[in-house]
Structure formats: structure tokens, C-alpha cells
Design a protein around this ligand. Structure first.
Ligand code: ATP
Length: 525
């Protein structure tokens, strides 16, 4: 059977580094193919060649059996290939339909006197009708008139998909589409995939989530160190085998086996009645009370958008609290600058790695010492000790298994998961007494998740405190001693991890307080 899309010995080199090494793959029409592999394996590079963003060093791309040369995304779209990136490229101040139409506007002619002016004015009515037609056809939950800055992440992603569908693509590439979605949005996206498949679309999906691979794909392709090492029918395999093949060894989930909220009574960190406003008069955090004890992992669960990001901003000094106090070992650090917060021994893994955790146009060395460059090891009598910085940087690259193409690279040339590992390395190496870890494993491969979870448990064993904010419920369940659930800017309940269940957390996340024996749900409004 002729493939819808095929690559033959596709190679991509960056300098001497081979990111894709003679990749030959076949993707059938109307199927969903999952591409999996470790961070830095070369998945995004391969997709970027299919979407005309990177030019292959050698090899061929065939669509419907014919060789194509894709010099830009415009070329790719003309050949029916569309890509939905993880970081959306939408204009926030425009409406849904305006964003979809951007670049393909429908114009109308108007008459001024007896002159007819063509092509100057946008036919908004027609544009809206056209967009509504595509929305209806693919059964997407979107309103053409909504302004993009006011809608959810899931809705933004649907616009990106519709932009491609409107341009009549029949192959859709998704690069880690579920990494930024809530569990409910993930289910909705998978439902959309089923609908698109029914309409005969071909889908290529890069993901680290093996549950999704098993649930939705027809075929799995495993890439390792730039090479295609395995192509399998999904029905003939399972998540464990895929993981083992990908990583080259068995992967075991790290679990906090001694979850015990009462083990240690020394409180090291405390939030007392913390409130803040997103705009004047609009409260987004309402009287948050939390404590973290030495040797404790406190997990924060909740559907994204219920105040978790604002909470992290307030405790890391990026947003001011309007009320309440934050105490570290009894010392008041409310509304302190981020630099001072770090100086108190608080490590921070921010939610948005590129906006808050890294300088992408700077070297790895610079990023490793960011915020710590005045440490005595790196800074002496007004000068940076480059030799020492390079030595430390090489040590961390090895210890944290950061896969890079060149030692002197800037962070911008790193794969997403490897960029995340720079932050992980920097923050763990600073040996914090309290670690604030927000979505620490987002975009990270399963082998590295195991490693990062192990590091978090090591910190706990050293009697440090950890605040873990994650939209991955299993991550929260596996690691936390206690779990606080956020709902509409409040803590709706705090439960001991060893006595709770996914279903109880699910109810709390939906804002439903659960009746439980006295003392288990500590906070009850
Ligand atoms: N523009 C570039 N210049 C130099 N090296 C690059 C460039 N883009 C990617 N690389 C390197 O190519 C390799 C593959 O990167 P790629 O982004 O394709 O990995 P990936 O499999 O998508 O990883 P992840 O799961 O972390 O997203 C990495 O080692 C990366 O550092």
C-alpha cells in the first residue's frame, strides 16, 4: 500500500552533530502515528523537516509516493502538511475567526461614487461564516467572536488546529500537544483526533505520554539518538515495552513509600492568609494557609487556572500579595525580591521554563550559574572564574544526562526536555532548604522523570521541604506526603496522601468538598 507520507534516509546535521540519522519511515493515510523517544532524540527536528522549517541535509520526503521539496511552511501547507506547535502563534487581541483567517483574508469591494475599490476591506461576515462552517464540520467547541486573550489554552490549541484545517491540510503534525492541557482538555483533544481520523486525516503525534500513545495511536515509531530504532503496530505492544525500548532499560516509577504527614513537626515554611489580586478588586488568591515541614513534600493539585500560577508568582517574588504573610523558618519574607528569596535558600523550578527559568540566547554555562554567579567558586575579586564555571557545567551535563549537540551551544539549540534539565540541575545543585517545583517534569522523557522524582525524594530524605505544583495527578499522588487542592483561588482541602484516592482528589478539584472523618481534611472553608 502506498504511504501518505514517507521519508527515505532522511538526515539532518547541525555542524558535525547528526540530529537525524538516515530516518526511513512510512505513515499510512487516515492513521495516527505516535513518535516517541528520549529528550534530544531528534523528534522535533524530524517534524520540522516535514513542515519545511528545516532543510534536510540529505534524503527524501515523499507525499502520496511523489518526492517533495519543502522549503518553508507555506510549501508544506501547499502539499497538505500542517503543524500545531506547543507554543501557540496567535494574536491575543484578535478574535478566533480573525486569527484563523490571518494571511488568507476574504475581502469585499466597495463603491465610492462610481469607482469600485477592490481588496481593501475585509468581508467580516463572510469570514465568520466560513470559520463557523469549519467549526461545525469538525465539531469543535469554539465561538468565532471570542477574543483570543480571554480563552482557555485548550481553545487556543483548537484555533491552531482549525487554522490548518481551513487551509485544507490532510496531514496534521502535533508536537507534544497535551503537555500544556488539563486532563479534561486532553480527553477533548483525543476526541478531536478521533473525529479528524474519521474524516480521513493523517495525524503524526510527538508525545512523552505513553497512556495517550496506547489510547489513540495505530502505529508507534521510536527514535533514539537520531536513529529510527523501532516501528510497531500499537495493538501489538504495551507501554512498558515501549518505555524499555526507548530508554534501553526498564523504567520504574519513583514513589514516596513512606508518605507520612506527621513524621516531622518542624515547620519550615508557612503561608498565612495570603491573598492577591489579578487586577484591582479582582481576587485570584483568597486567604491561602499552608505549612511545609522539614522532610515533607506538599503537593498542590487543581485544574490549571485555579490560582496555582499566581500562588507560585507570589511565593517566588514575581507578584505582590495584598494581604497575609510568608514565613521561612519564622523569618518574614513576604513580598521580598526574587534575588533575596533565592538568597534565603529557596530553589525555584518555574512553570514556564523559557519565560522565567532560562535565558535562551545565552550559553549553557551562563544558565547554569544564573542567580549564583557571585558564589565564591565562580566569582573572585570582581572577576568570573570561567575555568571553574566550565568545569561545573561539564560536570552537570554528565550528572543530569543533558543531551546537547555542541558543548558551547546556547540554550535555544537545546531540545525542550534538555532545556528543562538545565533548570533542574541548577536548582538541585544549589542544595535548597526549600524547593518550589512547578510542573518540574513538563516535556521531560520518562527516564528523566524517574531521575527528577528520585532527586525530589533525595531532598526530602535530607529533611528539606518541597512544594510540588503539578497538573499531573499521578506525580502528585506518587510523591506527596500531603496534598492541598486549589479551587477558584482557594485551598478547598488538604488531605494526607496515603489516605486519599484519585476520585477524592477529582471531586475536590471540581470544587466538591468531601465529608470525611474529622482531622483528615484539614481545611474546610
Ligand atoms: N538549531 C540547532 N542547532 C544545533 N543543535 C540543534 C538545533 N536544533 C536541535 N538541535 C539538537 O538536535 C538534537 C535533537 O533535538 P530535538 O529538538 O529534535 O529533540 P526531541 O527529540 O524533540 O527532544 P524533546 O523530547 O526534548 O523535545 C538535540 O541534541 C538538540 O540539541
Amino acid at each position: 500500500m502506498m504511504s501518505k507520507i514517507e521519508t527515505v534516509n532522511l538526515v539532518k546535521k547541525f555542524g558535525e552533530f547528526i540530529a537525524n540519522d538516515h530516518i526511513s519511515m512510512k505513515i499510512q493515510e487516515g492513521e495516527i502515528t505516535a513518535i516517541v523517544g528520549e529528550n534530544g532524540a531528534g523528534k522535533t527536528t524530524l517534524m520540522n523537516m516535514l513542515y519545511g522549517l528545516l532543510e534536510p541535509t540529505s534524503g527524501k520526503i515523499l507525499i502520496d509516493g511523489k518526492e517533495v521539496v519543502l522549503k518553508s511552511p507555506v510549501d508544506a501547507i501547499a502539499h497538505g502538511i500542517g503543524m500545531v506547535h506547543q507554543h501557540f502563534k496567535l494574536v491575543p487581541s484578535l478574535t478566533v475567526y480573525e486569527n484563523i483567517m490571518l494571511g488568507t483574508e476574504i475581502t469585499k469591494s466597495i463603491k465610492i461614487g462610481d469607482k469600485k475599490l477592490k481588496g481593501f476591506f475585509i468581508n467580516e461576515k463572510k469570514e465568520k461564516e466560513e470559520v463557523q462552517k469549519v467549526i461545525d464540520f469538525y465539531k469543535f467547541d469554539l465561538d468565532p467572536d471570542d477574543v483570543v486573550k480571554n480563552i482557555s489554552i485548550g481553545a487556543k490549541q483548537r484555533i491552531e488546529i482549525l487554522k490548518m484545517l481551513y487551509r485544507n491540510v490532510d496531514i496534521l503534525i502535533f508536537d507534544e500537544p497535551t503537555a500544556v492541557l488539563t486532563p479534561q482538555e486532553v480527553d477533548e483533544l483525543l476526541e478531536s483526533f478521533r473525529e479528524l481520523k474519521k474524516q480521513g486525516k493523517t495525524i503524526i503525534l510527538i508525545t512523552h505520554k505513553l497512556r495517550e500513545v496506547m489510547e489513540i495511536s495505530d502505529q508507534v515509531i521510536i527514535i533514539k539518538q537520531g536513529k529510527l530504532i523501532n516501528t510497531m503496530r500499537t495493538k501489538d505492544t504495551n507501554a512498558q515495552d515501549i518505555a524499555t525500548s526507548m530508554v534501553g532499560r526498564e523504567v520504574v516509577a519513583s514513589i514516596n513509600t513512606d508518605k507520612d504527614a506527621s513524621k516531622n513537626s518542624r515547620v519550615i515554611y508557612e503561608l498565612k492568609d495570603i491573598s492577591t489580586e489579578s487586577s484591582p478588586g479582582v481576587k485570584c488568591l483568597k486567604k491561602i494557609n499552608l505549612t511545609i515541614k522539614a522532610g515533607e513534600i506538599l503537593g498542590i493539585a487543581g485544574v490549571e487556572g485555579n490560582g496555582q500560577s499566581e500562588l507560585v508568582k507570589v511565593i517566588t517574588g514575581l507578584m505582590e500579595s495584598t494581604e497575609g504573610a510568608i514565613l521561612l523558618n519564622g523569618l518574614d519574607i513576604t513580598n521580598t525580591w526574587p534575588k533575596e528569596i533565592r538568597a534565603c535558600g529557596i530553589g525555584i523550578i518555574p512553570e514556564d521554563r523559557y519565560a522565567q527559568g532560562l535565558c535562551v540566547d545565552m550559553s549553557l554555562d551562563d544558565n547554569f550559574i544564573a542567580g549564583q554567579y557571585k558564589d565564591k567558586d565562580y566569582f573572585n575579586r570582581g572577576f568570573l572564574n570561567f575555568k571553574e564555571i566550565e568545569k561545573k557545567s561539564s560536570e552537570l551535563i554528565n550528572k543530569y544526562d543533558i543531551r546537547i549537540s555542541q558543548r558551547k551551544s546556547n540554550v535555544s539549540s537545546l531540545s525542550g526536555g534538555n532545556a528543562q534539565k538545565i533548570i533542574i540541575a541548577r536548582e538541585f545543585e544549589s542544595n535548597p532548604s526549600l524547593l518550589i517545583a512547578s510542573q518540574p517534569t513538563r516535556g521531560v522523557d520518562i527516564g528523566s522523570i524517574e531521575f527528577i522524582h528520585g532527586k525530589i525524594l533525595e531532598l526530602r530524605a535530607k529533611d528539606k521541604g518541597i512544594l510540588l505544583i503539578s497538573s499531573e495527578l499521578t506525580e502528585i499522588m506518587n510523591l506527596s506526603d500531603r496534598i492541598a487542592v486549589m479551587y477558584k483561588g482557594e485551598i478547598i482541602g488538604i488531605v494526607n496522601a496515603k489516605d486519599t484516592s484519585m476520585s477524592e482528589l477529582g471531586l475536590l478539584m471540581a470544587g466538591i468538598r468531601v465529608n470525611r472523618p474529622e482531622g483528615v481534611v484539614e481545611v474546610d472553608g
